[in-house]
Design a binder for this molecule. Structure first.
Ligand SMILES: [Zn+2]
Length: 612
């Protein structure tokens, strides 16, 4: 530990064999040397830190080596190899085009190129960052490249192949270096750690490898930093602390909360993360990769895509079993949407919180039957419960064959939650009081904690959530008469959320082009099965609700062809989120004010004011 040399230098590969993770490239190069079929110009492309320059140097050394080993590696013993290793070789030149990009630099290079080597057969010119050459320099270089002396070999390296002009590209043998995989970086670091007597944990190295994003040079320099920070004891905890990485424990807990429908806990956890100094975006991105890891761990075929220790893999697999694929898909989608909107959002915290609420809704709206009952069935947080009599209707009206709408489509404005008070465990978010529209941002004193939470969120958003203003178009009982004429008892397909969604989507997909509006809307919606033959859809606004009201009989008939033997019924719920300042006119605003403080009215009267 005392005289610790920076790993990047000390462990720079000096044979093809020791190059990390570019096996096919190094094999091709070795074969070229072995068969004596050398090109005059090579172009090594690829991201930074993946071994382009290293390979160029090894290649240069190898072609001049006097005693190649049996497997085509440089001997590191002959005069040429030694002079190269001691950086005193006259046969190998390196030019950093980033700092020597003028036409003069290239001209002096051109002059040097003509002089044959004193030792060895070839003079090798390694031009790094070749895309940085000026246009004039490129042109000057092109002449040499067109007619190179027999002893000259050029190795050009670049991270930006697209910036190389075609005339140069066409004269080079091109090698594309790929970014180094996490597992390869980890095993390389592990080797170094073993040699240096450094204590490491696999997960710690994995974090370093992930942070360096396929760049070995970054990985090594991070590794060096961590070694000095942690006094040679690279544990997972110490590394995530120093690298400011969010612990995966958070995400395991977070997912558990979501699965259990504990929205408030999930929000508190996010708060905790913010308090630790992490950006909301980091949390969301981390959550997205957590869901992604769960997804790849839920299918044996995609298991290799998971980069982590076996122990961690088991934990992921265990949690993955509790999630349906649908939940994970949607969760990833929600998180990525949130990341996309994050930068533009003015209230970033709220954006993330809303995403968390939506995430917890996913489970609520998810179907447990798909997973074979693995995911706990939860009551929706924001959903209105259904009145019992409608359930009754369903049960007592089995599969009628007539495509008739039996009940009138009626719409009622549900003013306050208690009027519709369900015998149901769903907590109304704002349980008491006057019609909600008049008390938008007031604290909900007696509400349960969850109510608080959302009361708070809602007031931040300055919008009203659906639960309260729900124009519950509980016209529900639009009944379907299955169009098929077979007796219902035969071919009865048990409706599950999964086949309901399939039927819904299939119907949407088969709609003709002139019904794009309906089709597109249907595609982004997910019907949610309430019981055996009743489902609910949520729409964003009244207009959409009306459209679905009109179309529902037809949709139901269509769906029934995919789910024969069922007389499905649907209810439409409007999730109207209305920004308040649009809702209230002056008069309403005044009324709210008056309601809050009756003296306002007295004042108005005394001053003889009128509302304009
Ligand atoms: Zn040698």
């Amino acid at each position: 530990m005392e005289n610790y040399i920076v790993s990047a230098r000390k462990y720079r590969p000096d044979t093809f064999e020791s190059v990390v993770a570019q096996k096919s490239l190094t094999t091709t190069l070795k074969n070229a040397i072995h068969s004596g079929k050398l090109a005059h110009a090579y172009l090594f492309c690829g991201p930074r830190g993946v071994g382009k320059t290293t390979c160029a140097r090894i290649f240069a050394k190898t072609i001049n080596c006097e005693h190649l080993t049996a497997d085509g590696e440089p001997c590191n013993e002959c005069e040429s190899c030694r002079s190269f290793n001691q950086q005193r070789s006259y046969s190998i030149y390196e030019l950093d085009a980033a700092s020597n990009n003028s036409v003069e630099d290239i001209r002096s290079l051109n002059e040097q190129v003509r002089i044959p080597p004193q030792v060895g057969r070839y003079k090798v010119y390694i031009i790094d960052e070749v895309h940085m050459l000026s246009q004039a320099a490129f042109n000057a270089f092109l002449k040499t490249l067109e007619e190179p002396p027999a002893h000259a070999i050029f190795i050009l390296a670049t991270t930006e192949k697209h910036k190389i002009i075609p005339t140069i590209l066409s004269r080079c043998q091109i090698y594309d270096f790929s970014r180094i995989e996490v597992a390869d970086i980890v095993s390389h670091l592990q080797n170094i750690a073993t040699k240096e007597g450094i204590n490491t944990e696999y997960e710690a190295l994995r974090i370093i490898a992930q942070k360096s994003d396929g760049c070995m040079r970054d990985a090594l320099s991070l590794f060096d930093q961590m070694v000095s920070f942690t006094q040679g004891d690279l544990t997972y905890i110490k590394v995530i602390e120093s690298l400011n990485v969010l612990d995966y424990e958070y995400y395991f807990r977070f997912t558990d909360y979501l699965l259990a429908g504990q929205t408030s806990q999930a929000l508190l956890l996010f708060n905790d993360v913010l308090n630790k100094g992490f950006e909301g975006s980091i949390f969301v991105e981390g959550a997205a990769s957590h869901f992604r890891d769960l997804l790849v761990n839920s299918d044996p075929v995609t298991l290799p895509l998971f980069e982590g220790s076996d122990e961690l893999r088991n934990r992921y697999a265990t949690q993955a079993q509790k999630c349906t694929a649908k939940f994970l898909f949607r969760a990833i989608k929600l998180c990525s949407d949130c990341s996309m909107n994050y930068r533009a959002s003015r209230n970033k915290r709220l954006l993330v919180e809303l995403t968390i609420i939506q995430l917890s809704q996913l489970v609520a709206g998810d179907d447990s039957d798909v997973s074979g009952g693995r995911s706990p069935k939860l009551k929706p947080l924001f959903n209105k419960s259904l009145s019992n009599d409608s359930v009754q209707t369903v049960k007592t009206a089995p599969a009628s064959n007539n495509p008739v709408i039996t009940s009138q489509v009626q719409q009622q404005l549900v003013v306050a939650p208690e009027q519709n008070a369900p015998a149901n465990t769903t907590k109304p978010t704002v349980p008491h009081g006057r019609p909600q529209s008049l008390r938008p941002t007031m604290p909900t004193g007696t509400s349960p904690s969850l109510g608080h939470m959302f009361g708070g969120v809602r007031s931040m958003l300055n919008t009203k959530q659906n639960t309260t203003t729900t124009l519950e178009t509980d016209k529900a009982q639009i009944e379907n008469g299955a169009t098929n004429t077979q007796p219902v008892a035969e071919h009865k397909v048990n409706v599950t959320n999964e086949n309901l969604v399939q039927a819904w989507t299939s119907f949407a997909l088969q709609l003709p082009d002139n019904e794009r509006a309906l089709s597109d809307r249907m595609k982004i919606m997910t019907p949610h099965l309430l019981d055996d033959d009743r489902f609910e859809i949520s729409v964003d606004n009244q207009l959409a609700a009306e459209m679905f009201e009109r179309e529902m009989p037809r949709i139901l008939r269509g769906i029934a062809t995919f789910l024969p033997g069922n007389a499905l019924k649907a209810s439409i719920k409007v999730n109207e989120i209305v920004v308040e300042r649009h809702v209230y006119d002056r008069k309403k605003q005044y009324e709210i004010l008056r309601e809050k403080n009756h003296l306002v009215e007295k004042l108005r009267q005394r001053l003889n004011l009128e509302l304009s």
